[in-house]
Design a binder for this molecule. Structure first.
Ligand SMILES: [Zn+2]
Length: 136
């Protein structure tokens, strides 16, 4: 697991765009609002949120430094939210259901790293090779 990659916002947005295309979901551009940095400062496990049904995806600056496995877990979870809303017409669903959506849409198994507080932080415990390929 690689640490501190410090990706550019463009690199993260590209990965996100590819994931959305693979899942056949529509999403408005990635946004990096200062308010999301505030949310992350208040709760260390909150790096991202997405507005259903079509975005935007909002990210905290700190997300750029997550290890690949964790960034993929976080982004796949958010894709799961869009997928449930768009492909299944279920805009109101649970956080656990978003993980099921991530697996159905992308084949990414989302698990939780308990070294982060509370429920822990999403990470991809397994993912298809073509998905890992986005991180090279
Ligand atoms: Zn969620």
């Amino acid at each position: 697991m690689r640490g501190n990659p410090n990706r550019t916002p463009q690199q993260v947005a590209e990965i996100w765009g590819h994931l959305c295309r693979m899942a056949r979901v529509e999403c408005k551009a990635v946004a990096w609002p200062p308010a999301m940095d505030e949310v992350h400062r208040a709760n260390r496990r909150r790096y991202a949120q997405v507005y259903v049904p079509r975005g935007p995806l909002e990210l905290a600056t700190a997300a750029r430094k997550l290890p690949d496995q964790h960034l993929l877990g976080v982004l796949a979870h958010e894709v799961g939210h869009l997928y449930l809303a768009q492909a299944h017409g279920i805009p109101d669903h649970t956080e656990d259901e978003a993980d099921v959506g991530a697996f159905e849409a992308l084949g990414v198994a989302v698990a939780y790293d308990r070294t982060w507080p509370g429920k822990g932080l999403q990470y991809a415990s397994s993912a298809p090779r073509r998905v890992w390929g986005l991180f090279r």
